[in-house]
Ligand binder design. Structure first.
Ligand SMILES: *Cc1c(COP(=O)(O)O)cnc(C)c1O
Length: 374
């Protein structure tokens, strides 16, 4: 039997490297609550992201909820339905109302030209998502936010390691959320971080993620518990040493897919914005072949049957989830609806072999082959 090819495989350091990173915890017995690994990891993140500070979290989702709460936002947030559950849930769980904006048909990020029409007296913020390693139109979004006095919070879960004009991407908008979940380009097993230019926010986030505790005798607000532990911070410290290597290995896979699949007219390949160096987080294709009778779902099943795990990601739109669909009409974001019905993300990770990439591409082109002649 051929081995299953998963859609992703978590990056891990050599066992010895991790063991020596955690060894001192057996001396200190300090396992969580902002110990030395936590402090070192925050420092390394700042260096890597070229930002003045970074605040670590137990995961990206808690980081996002914490931003929304500490910025004391109320009312409506303009966002995208073409995202993971976390983005929309964070808005809804903080008592805010998501207002869904359509996406760009090529970059799959929020369509900045459609934001202004959705602004009302109740709008407090814009929450765009960088998708698959593609960065949103940050300058245009910033000028809309300034014109209407709105906060901008980026869901940058897909964008760790991406650079724009050679600058790290932790300094856009008012705040940025990163996820270091095991399935992301960079992981600390589970984890997340916030970066921001707002004065005093670091202290507020630090207190919020530790029950609102200021010091031993003072608890000033009703915070949660969202601290990263020392074992996760140690994993982050190891993995960040290898991130550039991992990204270059992903690039090799990404480019092989691109050249192998370029000749199939009914497949839309990913397109990068100018001046961006990607992290090659995902390889999304759109299967635009419905009229010939082979749909995205057919390609999905054909690959699945041959042991290749691909994902319909993002499908469905968050606005079509059972918990939201009575409240929103996804017909109002027709491009997002179409992309969600056609998208498949193919396996991509640092250790995926080019032979396997070729095998996956052969199956796809075999299915869609007869159209090649036309
Ligand atoms: C992974 C992800 C999150 C949530 O991150 P966790 O660390 O898993 O909580 C949020 N938004 C997007 C777009 C993601 O892909």
């Amino acid at each position: 039997m051929t081995k299953i090819i998963q859609v992703t495989e978590s990056s891990m350091p050599l066992l010895d490297e991790y063991v020596s990173e955690i060894a001192e915890l057996w001396d200190t017995h300090w396992l969580t609550n902002m110990g030395t690994k936590h402090q070192e990891f925050e420092k390394e993140l700042c260096k890597y992201l070229q930002v003045p500070w970074a605040s670590l979290f137990v995961n990206g989702h808690q980081a996002l909820e914490c931003i929304l709460e500490t910025l004391e936002l109320r009312g409506e947030i303009i966002t995208t339905p073409f995202t993971f559950a976390s983005t929309t849930h964070a808005i809804a769980r903080k008592g805010l109302r998501p207002v869904f904006c359509d996406i760009d048909p090529h970059y799959y990020t929020i369509d900045e030209k459609k934001i202004e029409n959705l602004i009302t007296d109740n709008t407090c913020a814009i929450l765009p998502v960088h998708v698959y390693g593609n960065i949103c139109a940050t300058e245009e979004i910033q000028s809309i936010a300034e014109k209407y006095n709105l906060k901008v919070i980026y869901d940058a879960a897909h964008a760790f390691g991406v650079k724009k004009n050679n600058q790290g991407i932790g300094s856009f908008g008012d705040a940025n959320m990163f996820s270091f979940h095991a399935t992301k380009v960079f992981n600390s097993i589970e984890g997340g971080a916030v970066t921001s230019s707002i004065d005093g926010l670091y202290e507020k986030l630090s207190q919020w993620k530790n029950f609102g505790i200021i010091d031993q005798e003072n608890v000033e607000f009703i915070g949660g518990n969202a601290k990263m532990n020392e074992f996760c911070a140690a994993m982050g410290l190891c993995n960040i040493r290898h991130i550039e290597k991992d990204i270059s290995l992903r690039k090799r896979v990404f480019e092989r897919y691109q050249s192998n699949l370029a000749s199939i007219p009914s497949i839309q390949l990913p397109k990068a914005r100018p001046n961006i160096s990607s992290n090659y987080a995902y390889f999304p294709i759109l299967v635009k072949n419905e009229e010939r009778g082979i749909s995205r779902d057919d390609v999905y099943s054909a690959l699945f049957d041959r042991g290749i795990r691909v994902r319909k990601y993002f499908f469905p739109l968050t606005s079509d989830y059972a918990c939201y669909r009575d409240l929103f009409d996804s017909g109002e974001t027709p491009i997002a609806q179409k992309v969600a019905s056609q998208v498949l993300t193919l396996p991509i990770y640092a250790t995926l072999s080019l032979d396997n990439v070729d095998r996956i591409c052969c199956i796809i082109s075999g299915l869609l082959a007869n159209e090649k002649e036309s």
